[in-house]
Design a protein around this ligand. Sequence first.
Ligand SMILES: [Zn+2]
Length: 246
Amino acid sequence: MKFFDAHNHLQDFASEGELADALAAASAAGVEGMLCCGTGPDDWGRVLELAGRYPQITPCFGLHPWYTPEEGWRQKLEEFVRRTPCCVGEIGLDGTRDSGDQEKNFLLQLEIAGRFDKPAVIHCVRSWGRMLELLKAARLRSFMLHGYGGAPELVKDFAALGGYFSFGGEIADPAREKLREALAAVPVDRLLFETEAPEPGGPLWRAGPAGVAEVVAAASGLLGCPEEELAGISYSNGLNFIEGFK
Ligand SMILES: [Zn+2]
């Protein structure tokens, strides 16, 4: 089976040794593609370096909505995006965090994604209506809502705009009924799975990109789709998401 981890932060591993072990485990499990997402100017160089070293990594450069940027971040982002096959992310809106320039910074980065024709990797928490408005106006060719947590009813609206939807191992929790409904509502050609690794001390599926196999196994049961078939579909979707932008 082949797997694609649609969202992780490999730059956050505490040591080179831990990172190498996690990537070896991922390769052994069949994880042949992944998106490694930067969160700000301080980690973009590291993300670029990892993508240069490991061909299975597609780098993503963006300013995460939790962070306040240093002066000149936008010019720096443009340099990374211009010179590298990449996605723009992790960018987004987070209604649980109060940061004054969040929407302004998100819009600036949507503009960069559009101008350089890159897919966007998007974080959205409690801002779904506004997110839909902004993405309608941005008219990107492609974007992914990572760790999708919006209403099942909104899936068709985001899908109509070119959206992909990525889910983590939370879908294994029977209490997450809405999340499971959303999973079932996603068109099969827009479905992705992720680990958001690493999360030290977190659930096993978040320890490294190998955990995406566990997420696919959980989704397989929920969707009534054989594991091997779902792995293949989501792997192809991952390649389609980044195709044409390399
Ligand atoms: Zn993330």
